[in-house]
Structure formats: structure tokens, C-alpha cells
Design a protein around this ligand. Structure first.
Ligand code: KG4
Ligand code: ZN
Length: 339
């Protein structure tokens, strides 16, 4: 079955066609990022206006790239949350209209669970049960996954998401938005042990907190009066700050993921979300988990960031287990399962 995936939860307008939940036939992502850059973050009003303008072309483009028409599509899978309200409504309304007018079944899926599924695109699904870490600009959560339709939350951030902390630290250092890729690049030339930045402890061991470390970077920068401009001393100081912040933030993700696997007695972790594109994160996970004889699954880098292939992939399996969504499908802003 060919599934058309539609994803509009943040600044991207994305459409993809995935066969049998697995083989990605086309994957189109259009981002309005350039229109947000000068504001230092995503402006919801701009995001959904751009999505309204582009969604028809993006879906057309995904069909064209696949050499298909709507007659070849057996299911439409659309992100129904969490995310920006207006943006989600664009995707859901478009998907409903297509579903109704062409008599194609529709299913709404969670953006976060789609990030979990991204690691299985163009490859096989890991053996159940496994633990999953979703680490993005809006969320940092650990899940227990005994089956794709029985996901439960083990812990999540109590304040900032990890990607959000990368973005805020980049803003403090005037490195632009989004901050993650820029911090990763700068950190390459820095010493990760130079400055001791620590993530705050949390009451529950599988929860996260990234707001304290971001503030620690802010105070450090204010106190150290960085030399201005492009001088070599400035650049190497910024590189050390990036490397030291990144080291601590990523180590927390690895440590808590290892703990979750131990607590749930599982031998596989599946990592997803924008921060999973970070090469140092991948190295750290691979090294630490191999040492404990545990398996790590990462998506291809292009499927770490927001995309519609992961939405199509997960939709296929959920449709098989629970059937289609009704046409009154609505935005679901909350994570659906709690401990
Ligand atoms: O999953 P995603 O594309 O969108 C959300 O669902 O939030 O994640 C975007 C987040 C941003 O905060 C961005 O700074 C972060 O992922 N990110 C990274 C890297 N690439 C993107 N963080 C660290 N290192 C990276 N290489
Ligand atoms: Zn995302």
C-alpha cells in the first residue's frame, strides 16, 4: 500500500510517499525558516501562512517525484499534534479534503511517535519492546515501546527541550537560528572539558532539565566579556563554550537513556528528533551502548529532522491495527499517553 504522509506541525510543509510503511518513494520538505530567521525563532503566524501557500505544491511534488497520482494512494496519514495550532490545522484540513473528495482513508498520527518511527524507514523495525528517546526543538522525552500502538511516556523535560537549549545558547552567542547545527559546527574546534556546565538534577530520574545549563552559559558569557568580532581569541572562546555546553547536554541524554533501558530491561534504544542529527550525539550513543552490549537505532540524518515520510510510515502500521480516523479528526496538542 502507498501511503501519502503530510506533516505541518512547525515551520515545515512536508509530504512523502512511503510503500508498506517502509520504502520511501518520495520525500519533499519545504521550510519557511528563512522568513523566521530575523526574529530568532519560529513565528507561528508566518509559519501557517506559508504552509497555506505551499501545501498544494508540496503534495503535488511528492506525487510527481514518485511518478504517481492520487489514484495510487491507499491511505493519507497526517500529523495531528503536538505542534503549532494553525500549522497543524493546515495539514489536517488539507488531508481531510483529499480524503473526502477522493475517498481515500485518513489517519491522524502523533508527531512525536512519528519521530520514533523515523529510524525504521528504509530498514526494519527493531524488536519489541524497546526504549525510545525523542529529542527535538519542542520535546525531550523517553518512551517505553512494547508495540507501535502502545507507547507510554517514561520521562520528559520539566522546562526547556534539548534542541530549544541549543537554540537559546546559540542566541546568547549570536550564532543565528536554528542553533543546533551551528553549535555542533563551532564545537568541533573547541575543548569540551574547558568549562564545567552541568544539567540540573530532576526529581524523577528519567525526567530532563535544560533550562539551568542554558542560564549557566548566559551568566558565563556575561561574566567573561567575550572580545567582540571575528578575532581568533573570540572564535576559540566561543568554540570552547559550544563544545562544553554540548558535551554536558549530550551526556545527559546518553546517561538517562541507558538508565531507562536498564530500568525497563530492554536491549535497544531508538533515537529520533532534530537533535539526533548531531554527529557527536550519535558517536556518544554508539560508544556507550556498545560498551553495555545494547543496540542503538538512529534514523538517516534527513529523517531526524521534521519530515512526512515518518508520518506515512507510522500511519501504515496504526491503520493496520486500529483502522482509519473519523472525518472529525482534530488537532491534539497534548502528548497522548502518560505513565
Ligand atoms: O525535530 P525537529 O526538526 O523539529 C521539532 O519537532 O522541534 O528539531 C529541531 C531542533 C532544533 O531545536 C534544532 O536546533 C535541533 O533540532 N537540531 C540540532 C541539530 N540539528 C538540529 N541540535 C543539535 N545538533 C544538531 N546537529
Ligand atoms: Zn519534530
Amino acid at each position: 500500500m502507498n501511503v501519502l504522509g503530510i506533516e505541518t506541525s512547525c515551520d515545515e510543509t512536508a509530504a512523502a510517499i512511503v510503500k508498506d510503511g517502509k520504502t520511501v518513494i518520495s520525500n519533499v520538505v519545504s521550510s519557511s525558516l528563512n522568513f523566521h530567521k530575523k526574529y530568532g525563532g519560529i513565528v507561528p503566524e508566518i509559519a501557517f501562512r506559508k504552509q497555506l501557500e505551499t501545501i498544494t505544491q508540496v503534495v503535488d511534488c511528492a506525487l510527481k517525484e514518485a511518478g504517481m497520482s492520487l489514484a495510487d494512494i491507499g491511505l493519507i496519514s497526517v500529523t495531528d499534534g503536538p505542534g503549532l495550532l494553525g500549522s497543524l490545522l493546515v495539514g489536517i484540513s488539507f488531508a481531510k479534503a483529499l480524503s473526502l473528495s477522493r475517498d481515500i482513508p485518513l489517519i491522524g498520527v502523533s508527531h512525536l511517535y512519528s519521530h520514533i518511527y523515523a529510524g525504521f524507514l528504509n530498514s526494519k523495525i527493531a524488536g519489541f519492546p524497546f526504549v525510545s528517546l525523542v529529542v527535538s526543538g519542542g520535546h525531550t522525552s523517553l518512551y517505553y515501546v512494547p508495540a507501535l500502538n502502545k507507547i507510554s511516556l517514561l520521562g520528559s523535560t520539566q522546562d526547556d527541550a534539548c534542541g530549544e537549549a541549543f537554540d537559546k545558547v546559540a542566541r546568547i552567542l549570536k550564532l543565528g537560528y536554528p542553533g543546533g547545527p551551528e553549535i555542533e559546527k563551532r564545537a568541533l574546534g573547541g575543548d569540551p572539558q574547558k568549562i564545567k556546565f552541568a544539567c540540573s538534577n530532576t526529581r524523577k530520574p528519567l525526567d530532563f532539565s535544560f533550562s539551568g545549563i542554558k542560564t549557566a552559559v548566559l551568566y558565563y558569557v556575561q561574566k567573561s566579556h567575550l572580545p567582540a568580532g571575528r578575532q581568533a581569541s573570540h572564535l576559540s572562546h566561543v568554540a570552547d563554550i559550544c563544545a562544553s555546553f554540548q558535551e554536558s547536554a549530550l551526556n545527559t541524554l546518553v546517561e538517562k537513556s541507558l538508565l531507562a533501558c536498564r530500568m525497563k530491561k530492554v536491549n535497544t534504544i531508538v533515537v529520533g528528533g532534530g537533535v539526533a542529527a548531531n554527529s557527536i550525539l550519535r558517536e556518544k550513543f554508539n560508544r556507550s551502548f556498545a560498551r553495555m552490549k545494547l543496540k542503538v537505532v538512529f534514523p538517516e540524518k534527513k529523517f531526524s529532522m521534521d519530515n512526512a515520510a515518518m508520518v506515512a510510515g507510522l500511519g501504515f502500521w496504526l491503520y493496520k491495527s486500529k483502522g482509519r480516523s473519523a472525518l472529525d479528526l482534530n488537532v491534539s496538542l497534548e502528548e497522548r499517553t502518560r505513565k
